[in-house]
Design a protein around this ligand. Sequence first.
Ligand code: ZN
Ligand code: MN
Length: 512
Amino acid sequence: MKLQPIIGLEIHVQLKTKSKMFCPCDNAGEFAPPNTTICPICTGQPGTLPVMNKQAVEWTIKAGLALNCRIPEYSKFDRKNYFYPDLPKGYQISQYDQPLCQNGFLEIESNGETKKIRILRIHLEEDAAKNFHSTNGQNTLVDYNRAGTPLMEIVTEPDLRTPQDAKTFMQELRLIMKYLDISEADMEKGHMRCDANINLWELDEKGKKIAATPIVEVKNMNSFKALERAMEYEIKRQTKVYQETKKTTKDSPKTTRGWDDVQGVTQEQRTKEEAHDYRYFPEPDLPPLHLSHKGENAIDVEAIGETIPELPQKKRIRFEKEFGISSANIKTLVGDKELSEYAEEVISELREWICTEVASEGTEEEEWKKYGPKAVKTAINWLLNKLTKHLNEQNISIKNCKITPENFAEFIKIVTQNTINSTVAQKVLDIMFMTGKDPTNILEEEDLSGGAKNDELEKIINDIIIKNPEPVANYKKGKTNAIMFLVGQIMKETKGKASPEDIKKMLLEKLK
Ligand code: ZN
Ligand code: MN
């Protein structure tokens, strides 16, 4: 029996707007004491009216455009009715049949293949408050700080086929949210939450669907790893159940199961509500949205589209073409927008250097082809292996690093020209990281061409010992004063470049 997993995702993404979705309350309530970033609107007091957050609408459209969605000309909000203590109004303002974004897709890499995952819709809604259940099961406390936070809900078509692909999709989506700069998109912190619908299709030899097992919605997966593990668990569980019972979608309604990350199992929660249970109706307190129009109070879709930066997938392709570095390195660089921008600045500095200083005969393009690859490779290696190590240890982002891209490029110049060895280079980078000084200054000030200097000093000391047999003999007889005479002679020879302490130490070593 061939069973094919079919997975679709529903992802909630918190937008990091300054204020909440329908009121002026601070949207960063997660950092504030409970129930301090609230007002009569987000606590659902009678007689209050919602006012739409324009930024949230624009950012949702921005996300939709980045995910290749169609933006309709009209959109509206609806009430989704249900009772729960974390929903003080008794309904959630959401979107039902006219979401802001429709029919998009996101491409992911799956085993060296590009797979297109269709996106059914993206709508905008408000988040609920947060319930805290006491450990003895006696009390529940509610923190309304989160109530009214703008939330995007992204719904995919059931196009995912493996747990690994589901994880890759989420990671790529998270990265896009980061590039768009509209959400922290941190799964562990609940800024991005994911539910998955999963069932199995039984296929015949030709790959045609014969039957489908009951659909299960899995909730409570709080990390990429949890999503992958939960999907793997469900595939095993549903396979076993199907083999034993042969139950299909016709025999059983959709159920909801919660993922228990500690025990590594999903547990049945309740039968899933259908849309008609919520009695959706248009939100009467908010006007419908007219999108793609210009002028005062406009939601100008075209202008929003122009604010979208180069997205990860495009950037990876360009980096590969322009820089010729390994795909693993490209993945690491592009996985951090700021790091990729830093690398680009460094490389453009190096390019300028090669084309103006190193270049001799050829055109800029020829010179870059000749010397560029080595410089780029050196730069990426130092960036990803050494500099990021410092950044991780100190837990700071590249944006707050004291080393400017110009100084880092200068450092790479020095390294590629082989004027210092790798030990000295590492020391220079360490000092650059601590002080933000430029590498040329560091080399001058810190006297780091240490190895060479010591050889020179040793030679001078040997000379002085040979030329002064009498004081040497006196010292060996116990006249310790004689040593100062020798140090003085050496100081004269080195013209003060070495310190008396260093000279004395080395000299005593020699005289042993
Ligand atoms: Zn409020
Ligand atoms: Mn929702």
